[in-house]
Design a protein around this ligand. Structure first.
Ligand SMILES: Cc1cc2nc3c(=O)[nH]c(=O)nc-3n(C[C@H](O)[C@H](O)[C@H](O)COP(=O)(O)OP(=O)(O)OC[C@H]3O[C@@H](n4cnc5c(N)ncnc54)[C@H](O)[C@@H]3O)c2cc1C
Length: 592
């Protein structure tokens, strides 16, 4: 049985030593002192380890079953979902007007991590509900908000997002689902959606589907797509549930991982739907869900790697194989533990420095969202828009890579289901695909976000790095190990941006052939910045007489590893980008 312990201390480090949340002038942050966030995170950690983690393997083994048109979730899920609702965990950052607790997004994100690490498939039921809540909150009429939000905040009703159809995933302009206007202002929705996460289950009284469809006679392509609220059960004027709507589950997909989450084919047969937001502006409304969801998926990436890492460390300390090349470290035993071997250390340091960097980057991003939403900070809004594809794409690629790396520490046992390591890799894999496949995230970053608002946001990012380096250049402890590598990596990133500007106009393939490398390069630079800031924070804590010296010294040593062994990857990515599209596009399609 795999282990999991919530990394409360590290989450506290990011919130307080790095982000200094309680000193930030953002509405709601005044409550985020160490004591409060510590109490919330301790409790979240307890729920994660005691309630959700034991159900992770159960969900994987049992999966979801379609019985008489209704999906049955794995044993124990329903009771655990009740506990999540009762504990108020589904309502943390929701609007108090609709029964939420109104806590900042950064607090919600920090508390979510243990839930996702402990049981990703389970947590998706409430994650998707939160996304649907946000879309209705941002684009719904007062009546729609009053009708749906209070029940969605508590997860008495859950939510879904319905974009994908058999013939269209990325290219949603090809969508065929139709919406026929009715005399009473509602619409009849007809069509088929596939791969719908949490599409049906037995843990909520109602399911509020958000469905993209084309209103008959509207513009062609993506410009004709609108978003609709389609409840599983109709909701009466007094809020009670009425008749079953014309939506049903066709089947459940058999898939590689996240077996505990029901991935459904949804059939809409003249189902009654209500327009959410403006006609033909469905993508705009859907993006309210998608941006939040993309950051949530970026969190899934590293949260799975965190769980896998914890198990790999335990195994590396336990398993005896071979002797340390510098002399036996366990002379009384038949062999030394795996952890003595430099290659196992390399592997574990890769995992550790990724997970902690990702935690910092994700919560830094969540802080930008709070600045944007609570303080109306336009700069923060632009920056998080730029960073969203990086958080999603880079962290999920690496999250999977390191879940596999953790499996490798187990040798053959990692491949055997009994040890549970294959589940982390299988579950982490989907995060690279849904919410926009990672290649499309790279396309979004290079094709859209870099040039957004005249390139203002990427320039602000470079400026932020420059200023950090300048402010700290007199700090000898940071200089060689952190500031210089960060400066070099940032220079590589700027050079790549310059290459795109000079060559992308002549031939856009030159930019897009390097987009994936650019996304990874930017991920490394962001992590480099986070590690430099974390090292500084740890050094300050030590200078300030922090008692837990081992924690802070470990933090600095892990940061040095990232800067020395991971950040130089920017040079390789730049070299690839600088070769443009010629070798990438050299073959005719027939020659593959
Ligand atoms: C388990 C699971 C759960 C899901 N949950 C949901 C859900 O809840 N709701 C929902 O609506 N959908 C959901 N999806 C669907 C998911 O979002 C899509 O699978 C994904 O967006 C990709 O679409 P596609 O599969 O049609 O691939 P395609 O769009 O056919 O893409 C195939 C490949 O081509 C690449 N590609 C496509 N276009 C371009 C381009 N212009 N340039 C470069 N590369 C390109 C992509 O990156 C991808 O690698 C889920 C899928 C799975 C497997």
């Amino acid at each position: 049985m795999p282990i999991y312990n919530a990394p409360t201390k590290d989450l506290q480090f990011v919130l307080h030593d790095l982000l200094k949340v309680s000193e930030q002038n953002i509405e709601g942050y005044e409550d985020l002192d160490r004591e409060f966030t510590g109490a919330v995170l301790e409790e979240a950690g307890k729920v994660a380890t005691e309630v959700l983690h034991p159900l992770n393997v159960v969900g994987d083994k049992e999966g979801c079953v379609l019985e008489n048109g209704v999906v049955r979730t794995p044993n124990g899920f329903k009771a655990a979902f009740e506990q999540m609702k009762e504990g108020g965990w589904t309502a943390m950052d929701c609007d108090p007007e609709y029964g939420g607790q109104g806590l900042p997004y950064v607090m919600n994100s920090a508390a979510q991590e243990p839930f996702v690490s402990a049981n990703m498939a389970f947590n998706m039921y409430q994650g998707l509900t939160h996304g649907a809540y946000s879309a209705i909150h941002a684009h719904g009429t007062d009546e729609q908000k009053q009708k749906y939000l209070p029940k969605m905040v508590t997860c008495e009703w859950t939510g879904t997002m319905n974009l994908t159809e058999p013939h269209c995933g990325t290219d949603l302009g090809l969508m065929r689902t139709k919406a026929a206007p009715q005399a009473d202002g509602s619409y009849k929705i007809s069509g088929q959606k596939i791969f719908i996460s949490a599409g049906d289950h037995d843990m909520a009284d109602n399911i509020i589907h958000l469905v993209l469809a084309k209103i008959e006679g509207g513009p062609e392509g993506i410009k004709g797509v609108s978003l609709f609220i389609v409840p599983k059960f109709m909701v009466n004027e007094d809020g009670s549930l009425g008749d079953r709507n014309g939506v049903s589950v066709g089947s459940i997909e058999e898939k590689m991982g996240i077996h505990g989450n029901s991935t459904c084919v949804m059939n809409y047969d003249e189902a009654t739907g209500y327009l959410l937001g403006t006609e033909h502006k469905g993508m705009r409304a859907m993006f309210t869900m998608m941006n939040e969801a993309r950051i949530g998926v970026g969190l899934q990436g590293y949260a799975q790697a965190e769980s896998a890492y914890q198990n790999a460390v335990a195994y590396a300390n336990d398993r005896l194989q071979g002797r340390a090349v510098t002399g036996a470290e366990n002379p009384d035993g038949p062999a030394d533990p795996l952890i003595v071997h430099p290659d196992i250390r390399r592997n574990l340091m890769d995992q550790k420095s990724f997970v902690e960097g990702a935690r910092a980057f994700t919560l830094w991003g969540a802080n930008l969202i709070d600045r944007a939403h609570r303080n109306g900070d336009k700069e923060a809004d632009g920056l998080i828009s730029l960073m969203t594809p990086v958080i999603k794409g880079f962290q999920t690629d690496k999250g999977f890579e390191y879940a596999v790396a953790a499996q490798q520490v187990y040798g053959g046992h990692g491949y055997i289901e009994e040890w549970g390591m294959s589940q982390y890799a299988r579950d982490a894999r989907i995060a690279m695909i849904y919410e926009g496949a990672n290649g499309v995230q790279a396309l979004d970053l290079v094709g859209r976000k870099l040039a957004q608002d005249g390139g203002k946001h990427v320039m602000a990012f470079f400026e932020m790095i420059k200023n950090f380096i300048k402010e700290n250049e007199g700090n000898e402890a940071l200089k060689a190990d952190f500031l210089e590598p960060l400066k070099a990596a940032s220079k590589d990133l700027q050079a790549a941006g310059m290459y795109f500007m000079q060559n992308g106009m002549k031939n856009p393939n030159h930019a897009l052939a390097g987009s994936y490398d650019f996304m990874h390069m930017m991920g490394h630079v962001c992590f480099g910045l986070m590690w430099a800031k974390m090292a500084k924070a740890a050094m300050e804590a030590l200078e300030g007489g922090a008692s837990d010296t081992a924690f802070y010294e470990t933090k600095i040593a892990t940061g040095k590893y990232y800067m020395a062994r991971q950040l130089p990857a920017t040079g390789m990515h730049l070299a690839r980008i600088n070769t443009g599209a010629d070798t990438v596009m050299a073959l005719d399609a027939a020659n593959f």
